[in-house]
Design a protein around this ligand. Structure first.
Ligand SMILES: [Fe+2]
Ligand SMILES: [Fe+2]
Length: 262
């Protein structure tokens, strides 16, 4: 994961239109569906069942991004313009990811529109995670941690994804790049808006890590029910984020950034 993170400064400069999935034409999406259909038809029964389960969990958690968006705006806490400007961009990316998984399940696994519509019955419960949504600094740390863990989980499931062919892998690599970019943007907002809170980084990150194991309730964050998740991933995400925040703290002594509510 460190290797991937070392590329994040380059990713940070990408605009929405430069992010690959936003440039995909309808023809490109149809080519994905066609390729996925061909590869899925050749899967053994156990491979097919395992992949379908993984893809359903991916689809569900990307779908749940909408609940996160609604929740943070209904909290009634001060949110900086930097966060409020980035959040819709983030939500658009997550919706793109959901769309890719939706198309994949339809093309390769025979999912109907009716089955997809069942997602609309999902209900979120943020109550068990309320302490991690207490202010913008906590939300940003939680979101950065979650993006890191998500990158690692997508990489961990690569042996499943590979079976769906090159077009799906191209899609998935773009998803991973987006998640890495999201991490770097959340970190950026922490640095620019909350430099004065960086001394709390260690306890904040430990608090997030301690919340692992909370049963998932469509909160988008900490959606860690798939078999791919392990303490190794959580520990790695914790350590990578902590190091980044500690580096940010060292740098912040030169130019402390005030919190700027929208
Ligand atoms: Fe995503
Ligand atoms: Fe993301």
């Amino acid at each position: 994961m460190e290797a991937l993170i070392s590329e994040l400064p380059r990713l940070r400069s990408r605009s929405t239109t430069e992010r690959p999935l936003h440039g995909w034409s309808e023809e490109a999406w149809q080519a994905l569906e066609c390729d996925v259909g061909l590869h899925a038809a050749r899967l053994s029964k156990p491979d097919r069942e395992a992949l379908e389960e993984v893809l359903f969990l991916d689809l569900s958690s990307e779908f749940d991004a909408r609940f996160y968006s609604i929740h943070v705006r209904q909290l009634g806490i001060e949110l900086s313009s930097a966060f409020l400007n980035f959040e819709p961009e983030w939500a658009r990316d997550e919706a793109k990811h959901m769309d890719g998984f939706r198309r994949t399940l339809k093309a390769g696994f025979g999912w109907s529109e009716q089955r997809m519509a069942e997602l609309n019955g999902r209900r979120s419960n943020f109550e068990p995670l309320a302490h991690l949504f207490r202010d913008e600094f906590a939300i940003l740390c939680l979101s950065a941690y979650d993006e890191l863990a998500t990158v690692r989980a997508y990489l961990g499931n690569m042996h499943h994804y590979r079976k769906l062919g090159p077009a799906f892998l191209r899609f998935l690599r773009s998803v991973i790049a987006d998640e890495g970019w999201h991490y770097s943007r959340f970190l950026d907002v922490i640095r620019k808006q909350h430099a004065h809170r960086l001394g709390e980084a260690r306890s904040m990150v430990q608090e997030i890590r301690s919340a692992e194991g909370t049963p998932y309730a469509s909160t988008f964050v900490l959606d860690h029910d798939d078999d791919v998740w392990s303490d190794a991933i959580f520990d790695e995400a914790e350590q990578v984020l902590l190091r980044a925040l500690e580096r940010a703290q060292l740098g912040s002594h030169r130019t402390p950034a005030p919190f700027a509510p929208a």
